[in-house]
Structure formats: C-alpha cells, structure tokens
Design a protein around this ligand. Structure first.
Ligand code: EPZ
Length: 421
C-alpha cells in the first residue's frame, strides 16, 4: 500500500489538464454489453476502478484492454452474464452491468453490493425498476438473480434521484419493448453523457439531464466510437486545491457548466473563478483570506456530495464558521477525525459538520478511508505546516490518475512512497 508524503504550504501555480470522467466511463463501458461488435472509447481515465470494470467485462467473456486511454470493448457473446462478489466488493458500480445483461441476455446474476464506508447504499430502486419492466428478481446467497425473456417499457417513479439507478434502468429500457418513463431521474452530467452514447448506438432517449427521461425501446444497438467527457469532480478537486493554497491555476479541458455548483461556492468564499478559452482559472488569497461559507450537498445541479470533503478542508482555515450539511449519504464525514488530527476544528452533529476556521493546520500522519475523503486529506496536506503522510492512497487511485504527477508540476511538494504501509 502506497502513501503520499506532502510538504505544505506552497501556493499552486500553473496549468493542469483534466482527465476523462470516472463516473461517465464506468456506465459507458457497461453500455458495450448492449451490442455486438467493437466499441471504442477515448479519453478513458487510467484508474483502478476502470481496471476493475474491465476485469469484470473480461470475467464475463468480453475482450478489452485498458493499457491506454483508448479502450476497445468487444462484448458480443458473453460466456456468463455474471458479476462475482470478488469484483463487486471492490467496486459497487459493478452493479451497472445488471440492466444491460437482463436487456441483452434475458438474465443476470450479480452480487449484491455490501455496505460502503459512506453509507448503506441499497439498490432497491434499480431492482424496482427492472421488476416494473417485467423482470423477476430473486435474492440467492448474496446474489441478485434477474430474469426476463423480453423487458417491456414502463413508467417508473424513482424514490430518489439515484445516479447509477437511472443509468442502469436507462440501459435496460433502451432494448425493452415499448416506451419507458423514468420519473424523478438523476440529472447528473454523467447521466446525460450515457444517454448521448446510447443514442449514438441507435437508442431513442429524450430528456436526459432533466428529472423525466423518456426511452423508446429499439431491437438492436450498434457499436460506437466515443470520447468521454472531462471529470468535473477531478476538476473541482484541483480548483479547491488552488483556492486553499492561495494559488493561481488554470484547469484545462473542463466543461464550465459542470463545475458551476463548486465554482459558485468558491466565489462566495472570496475566490476568483473565471472562464478562459481553454478552461477555468482559479485565483485565491488562500486559507485565512477566505470567508466561511455554508454548503448542503444535493443531487445535480445542487452542490456535489463528491466535493463535500474537499470543501471542508478549504473551510478549515477560512475566517468564521461554516456549516457543511451532507444530505445524500448518511455517513460521509470519515475525513473529520483525520482533519482534526491536523488541527482542524470540526464538530459533527448528525448530517451536519460545523467547521470553525483556525489559524493553521499542522502536518500529521493521516489515514484515507474513501475516495473523496482522501482527496480532502491531500488538500489539507498542501496547506498544512510541515509534513503530512497520507496512508492507504489506494482509495485515491480509484478516482484520480497519479495525483502527485498532476499536483507536482503546479509546485506542490508531494511524492509517492510505494509499498510504504
Ligand atoms: C453515484 O453513486 C456516484 N458513483 C457516486 O460517486 C456519487 O457520490 C453518487 O452517485 C451521488 O452523486 C458513480 O457514478 C459510479 P446514488 P450511486 O444512487 O449511483 C440512495 C465517487 O466518489 N439510494 O445516486 O451509487 C443511496 O443510498 C462516488 O466517485 C437508495 O436508497 O449513488 C444514497 O443515499 C462515490 N436506493 C442516495 O440514494 C437505491 O436504489 C444517492 O445514491 C439507490 C440509491
């Protein structure tokens, strides 16, 4: 298990280019299960989660390799439409094979994802939607067995705007007989991107990006060649790192609208965020020069829960007190005890964290617990006095491509120690 060693506090300067979006790449790789022939995906991020998804596709019998950011997938005839516990336990997003497999093969056996560091994260909405389209669902020894000769269009009311739930049901409905309406659908840019790819494959989807999506099922989908959108959460993380360190950074290749919820909160805190030809520029007076700001996470276009932890690191030095309310996941404050070890003043009361800005943070050995919590510890290390060691960075590698090689050129004193802990 690698660790990162960071020598704070250095203002970040320069330009960093955003990678392809993890949370778009994962469902899009699953969309290749809906067709014969070879799908080509470009700008695919080089991440552990992408590796895991590719391993799952290969386990089922597909051909694919992820040695570069151009990934070809041939998922014509699968050996077995099954997602085993060994892979699903590594990555919950593996559940995204469920909809495509039932739609294409009439059956799927997928390990039920267990609990997760940030919350219980059930998949009841995914299953409810498939049942509404005519699938029989049985739970057997920790596995979901879904079967249906031909899925039929249905109107599905989602109890919450679930991202992967919307994506799973959209993929299933694309090959169902008749019309499906997803009411209360998630509006995330990654959902829109998946619909874009499916429509390029011959699907008939309208309304993606709104809370009502219409899908007219078709008989066949054909292969596609598609370049994946940039990662708004990776971009947001770089923007917050620049703001926290009092830097001046151009984040290139980002789609401005996708990061607007984060940019708006940065501006409220006193950070200058401007659109430039090739991206978004962030100029900031740094921690103590910033105002405290309250945030409440919510589904898109609300403030993203995947940017909550990073913003808390920023607020740990801001003038005043900020209230950070996590409304999407019930247990997403695992970074708080670690930030407290670095001198942050944070009190958690249920779903809200009260952050009192302090004069400074001090470097310490801290433990990553989940993907975005680890990003917040890296940002805290960038602004702390002295040395910080972030352990268990395998969490970070799930969603950031070699982050030390992206922050280093911006002036960060950061290095990876392989096999350290
Ligand atoms: C996606 O997870 C993202 N993952 C998450 O990003 C992100 O945090 C989340 O959406 C919210 O934006 C991917 O896209 C691969 P949800 P997902 O279903 O789809 C409850 C990261 O850091 N719920 O929208 O699993 C659920 O428990 C990751 O990159 C049900 O109760 O999230 C949660 O409280 C972490 N029943 C809420 O809805 C269901 O059937 C939102 O979850 C489905 C969800």
């Amino acid at each position: 298990m690698d660790k990162l060693v960071i020598e704070g506090a250095v203002p970040l300067h320069g330009t960093v280019r955003v990678s392809g979006a993890k949370n778009a790449a994962l469902p899009i790789l699953c969309a290749s299960l809906l067709t014969d022939g070879v799908c080509t995906f470009r700008n695919v991020p080089r991440l552990r989660d992408v590796e895991t998804m590719a391993a799952l596709l290969r386990f089922m019998g597909a051909d694919t390799d992820t040695t570069t950011s151009v990934v070809n997938v041939r998922a014509g005839s699968l050996r077995k439409p099954e997602a085993p516990y060994e892979l699903v336990k590594q990555m919950r997003a593996s559940v995204l094979v469920l909809g495509p497999l039932v739609a294409r093969y009439g059956r799927a056996r997928v390990s039920l994802p267990g609990g997760c560091a940030i919350g219980a994260r059930p998949i009841d909405q995914h299953l409810k939607g498939l049942q509404a389209m005519g699938a029989t669902i049985t739970l057997d020894h920790g596995y979901v067995l879904a079967e249906c000769a031909t899925l039929k269009g249905a109107t599905i009311h989602l109890d919450m705007a679930t991202v992967t739930g919307t994506e799973n049901l959209m993929m299933a409905a694309a090959l169902a007989r008749g019309r499906t309406q997803l009411v209360g659908a998630a509006r995330e840019p990654e959902v829109e991107e998946l619909a874009r790819v499916l429509n390029k494959m011959g699907a008939r989807i309208d309304g993606a990006g709104t809370d009502v999506i219409h899908i007219e099922g078709v008989d066949v989908l054909h292969p596609v060649d598609h370049a994946i959108i940039p990662d708004r959460i990776e971009a947001g993380t770089f923007m917050v790192a620049a703001a926290a360190t009092g830097g001046d950074v151009l984040v290139e290749g980002v789609i401005p609208e996708h990061v607007e919820p984060t940019a708006a909160k940065l501006r409220e805190a006193g950070v200058e965020v401007t659109r430039e030809e090739s991206g978004i520029r962030v100029r900031s007076p740094g921690g103590r020069g910033l105002r405290s700001v309250d945030i409440t996470t919510a589904p898109h276009p609300g403030y993203p829960t995947d940017m909550q932890a990073q913003f808390m690191a920023l607020m740990s030095l801001a003038q005043g007190t900020s209230v950070i309310t996590e409304s999407v996941f019930e247990n997403r404050f695992m970074h708080v005890p670690e930030l407290t070890r670095m001198g942050a003043e944070v009190e958690v009361h249920g779903g809200a964290a009260i952050v009192r800005g302090v004069e400074s943070l001090s470097g310490a050995v801290v433990m990553a617990t989940d993907l975005r919590a680890s990003a917040s510890l890296v940002i805290a290390g960038l602004i702390a006095a002295g040395e910080t060691e972030v352990l268990r960075v395998y969490h970070l590698d799930r969603g950031y491509e070699a982050i030390e090689t992206r922050l280093g050129p911006l002036g960060a004193r950061i290095r990876r120690v392989r096999g350290a802990a």
